[in-house]
Design a binder for this molecule. Structure first.
Ligand code: ZN
Length: 403
């Protein structure tokens, strides 16, 4: 006999106190990027308690729980790192002493995105209890370093550990809507050389700052020309830093560089974005400018260094995707109304999963993204149990064990 959506939702609501308890444990355990060791241990215990068949930690320090062992795989991803609390005077309470009040759980990471992890753990319990993972593999990933380098953890899981799900559900906050993509981004450096000479006779040298400045003004014009996508919005580029070097403050600078923040909309890639910047340098009459993508090479808490280019590709799941259809039908089955299908404003691990590796991704998560990285972060309890029901329901839909 198949399980019903209503029994899944009822079970998720009944487990609400347990989900809240897990979330409070996670908030109480600070886990800034590359410092996630303690929270991974908390999650390891919780995954085992939820009934995962197997729990392991990869070399970068991400944790992977598994239920079932079928040919097709569905994965649920939550990054476990959070940003710092920032100015404590802006918080009405201690960000790492969680509180439950007014139908919400409050604390750093409740929205971005320990709430998603807590809901995943309750979903795991329901999937195991109700035997929803019939002939499929379900993975629950608690991933590291997302706030510093989105997607790095999944590049590692896919390329080094051979994890290749058929569908990944991102549990970042969506305010309980279904999201199917977001803009990508990249960090670009432009370096120019000058010829230094005494500042008292600048005509003897070539001023690198003037060359960089001409390129910067072309970047401003380039931003105006970038394309607009009806779903994802406009691509953008801006200069975020200017640096120069000179033998002294009384000398013409011999080098200068610009740092560029590029947001990529649909159809824009690393190659097209670099070509545009090189073209801007041509237009500025600085054809010898060196244009490159920056590299991320910070160590994980495990000590592992896994360098990657700071290129985070755009991704969208097509509106016609059967996975999106399954998500919409699951939502409808659980909540009796269709979800709003939209996109994130910020970036997620989807840049690696879907953007670099082409694995279908979609997202639903508790909490409203406008409270991510903000003081007094809080997630509605109703979202926590709703998301848990959605994850379990989607597994049932994926496996054909629910109607
Ligand atoms: Zn996040």
């Amino acid at each position: 006999m198949k399980t019903t959506y209503s029994s899944i939702l009822a079970r998720a609501r009944a487990l609400e106190q347990e989900t809240i308890r897990i979330l409070c444990d996670l908030v109480r355990t600070p886990s800034f990027s590359s410092k996630e060791k303690d929270v991974i241990q908390v999650i390891q215990k919780a995954m085992t308690a939820a009934g995962c068949d197997d729990v392991r930690i990869d070399e970068l320090g991400s944790i992977v729980g598994r239920i079932g062992n079928g040919k097709r795989t569905i994965a649920f991803d939550a990054h476990v790192d959070t940003v710092y609390a920032g100015d404590l005077t802006q918080w009405a309470f201690d960000p790492f002493t969680p509180k439950v009040e007014g139908g919400k759980v409050w604390g750093r990471g409740t929205v971005d995105q320990k709430g998603g992890m807590a809901s995943m753990l309750t979903a795991a319990r329901i999937i195991k209890e109700m035997i929803l993972a019939t002939d499929v593999t379900v993975l629950f990933t608690g991933t590291v370093m997302e706030e510093d380098c989105d997607g790095l953890c999944w590049q590692h899981l896919i390329s080094e550990d051979n994890v290749r799900p058929d569908l990944v559900v991102i549990t970042e906050p969506t305010n309980m809507n279904v999201y199917r993509g977001h803009r990508g981004r990249m960090e670009i450096r432009v370096e120019v050389k000058g010829v230094s000479c005494h500042g008292s006779a600048p005509e003897r040298g070539v001023n690198a700052v003037y060359k960089a400045s001409r390129i910067a003004l072309e970047i401003e014009k380039l931003n105006e020309r970038l394309r607009q996508d009806p779903f994802l919005g406009k691509g953008s580029i801006t200069v975020t830093e200017v640096l120069s070097s000179s033998p002294s403050l009384c000398a013409v600078p011999d080098a200068a560089r610009l740092h560029l923040d590029r947001r990529l909309t649909d159809g824009e890639t690393m190659d097209t974005a670099l070509a545009e910047v090189r073209d801007a340098a041509q237009r500025a009459n600085v054809p010898d400018a060196l244009v490159s993508v920056l590299t991320y090479e910070e160590a994980a808490y495990t000590g592992k260094v896994y360098p990657t280019q700071k290129y985070y590709p755009t991704w969208t799941l097509p509106e016609t995707s059967p996975h999106l259809q399954a998500a919409v039908e699951t939502y409808l089955g659980l909540f009796g109304k269709p979800p709003l299908v939209d996109k994130w404003t910020f970036s997620t691990n989807g840049v690696a999963i879907a953007g670099k590796h082409g694995i279908p991704c979609l997202g639903l998560g508790p909490g409203n993204e406008v409270y991510a990285h903000a003081a007094n972060e809080a997630t509605p309890i109703e979202h926590l149990s709703g998301a848990a029901a959605f994850y379990a329901g989607l597994v049932g839909r994926f496996a054909g064990s629910v109607e």
